[in-house]
Design a protein around this ligand. Structure first.
Ligand code: NAP
Length: 327
């Protein structure tokens, strides 16, 4: 079928385009053309989806039958897509757990029991929640929204797992949070991508918490895997949470994937029963970590389009030096 990927040149969308080509679809990607090229075999259409005229102009008579939307970050982008693509047979939208009013910290129960944001705020979660409503109203039973949590895998430009892999590969004493037993769940972009193409084809409707299963791993086990796959001699230097916070270490940003214990306790407690029923499965975490390392060892890190709220992940060297000096 003719399948349009909104996005398709960077991380998740790129894997969606690859999966769709693998399933025999006639694939086009739609991007501004600043974040790279789609995989070979897909036609690259260009335009800014915030501009209402751009998508019809780029499609130029090529009529998509299925859509996987990985690039929606504004209400205008959702409205424009609803107008032009409201008639397609299946539309799989990539949203976020941030669409829920109570995430983080969660926990997140079954999709239909959890309220999503209803404010006009120009913030990520409320925008995703509004985008779901705008597109859902246009597409009805042909619309599925996948609320993703942490996405990992090759081509990840955000570099959260990537920062740990880089730092651990350099070996030596590595600052880690003392709460290494805190849970983490993630979904490999390739697993999510393949599944998004399948649900666009099969068209189950509604919202789906599209992340890894509860109890998937712990931060400590994930870092151990990073040490294993990089063949590093890194030695963990555990630092208590209050000391990290009082030193100015920002959770999630300076030590990526680390959350304060109070948040971590519930943030990854997400009901993914529906996702499992609809066939979202995950490869072994070791494969995600090893493939990410193999990719980043052989590729330049892709540049990130600017976003006001995005901070570069990783522990600033002055903070690392100070913490290592006292432990
Ligand atoms: N990464 C995570 O852990 C995570 C977690 C939860 C949810 N999500 C959601 O998952 C989705 C995919 O994330 P990702 O990190 O894979 O995204 P990404 O790699 O940054 O891809 C974004 C794609 O959209 C295109 N794009 C951006 N702005 C555009 C515009 N105005 N008009 C047309 N195309 C535009 C980009 O190409 P150009 O720059 O060339 O336009 C790029 O191909 C996003 O919707 C994100 O909110 C991500």
């Amino acid at each position: 079928m003719r399948l349009l990927v909104l996005g398709g040149t960077h991380f998740l969308g790129r894997h969606v385009a690859t999966a769709a080509l693998g399933r025999g679809h006639d694939v086009a990607t739609f991007t501004r053309g600043v974040s790279g090229q789609p995989p070979a075999g897909a036609r690259a259409l260009h335009g800014d989806r915030d501009d209402p005229d751009a998508l019809p102009k780029a499609l130029d008579g090529w009529a998509p039958e299925l859509v996987v939307d990985t690039s929606c970050q504004t209400r205008a982008a959702a409205r424009n897509a609803a107008v032009v693509l409201g008639g397609v047979q299946g539309y799989a939208f990539v949203s976020s757990l941030n669409a829920y009013r109570n995430w983080p910290p969660g926990p997140v129960g079954p999709e239909d029991d959890e309220p999503t944001w209803t404010t006009e705020a120009e913030e990520y979660g409320p925008i995703k929640a509004d985008a779901e409503r705008i597109l859902g109203a246009a597409l009805g039973e042909r619309f599925l929204t996948a609320r993703a949590g942490l996405i990992i895998g090759p081509y990840d430009p955000i570099h959260r797992l990537g920062w740990w892999l880089d730092r651990i590969s350099r070996g030596g004493r590595v600052v880690v949070p003392e709460t290494l037993d805190q849970p983490v769940t993630a979904v490999d972009a390739r697993d999510l991508a393949g599944w998004l193409v399948e649900v666009a084809e099969r068209r189950p409707a509604g919202a789906v918490n599209a992340t890894g299963p509860n109890g998937m791993t712990t931060l400590g086990a994930l870092l151990d895997l990073c040490r294993d796959v990089t063949g590093s001699d890194a030695e963990w230097v555990p630092v208590p949470e209050d000391e990290l916070l009082s030193s100015g270490v920002q959770p999630w940003v300076h030590l990526p994937l680390w959350l304060p214990a109070e948040v971590a306790r519930t943030a990854w407690d997400v009901d993914t029963t529906r996702a499992r029923k609809l066939g979202l499965s995950g490869r072994p975490l070791r494969a995600s970590v090893a493939d990410t390392w193999a990719w980043q060892s052989t590729h330049e890190r892709p540049s990130l389009p600017p976003m006001a709220h995005r901070q570069e992940p990783g522990l600033p060297s002055h903070l690392e030096a100070r913490l290592l000096a006292t432990h």
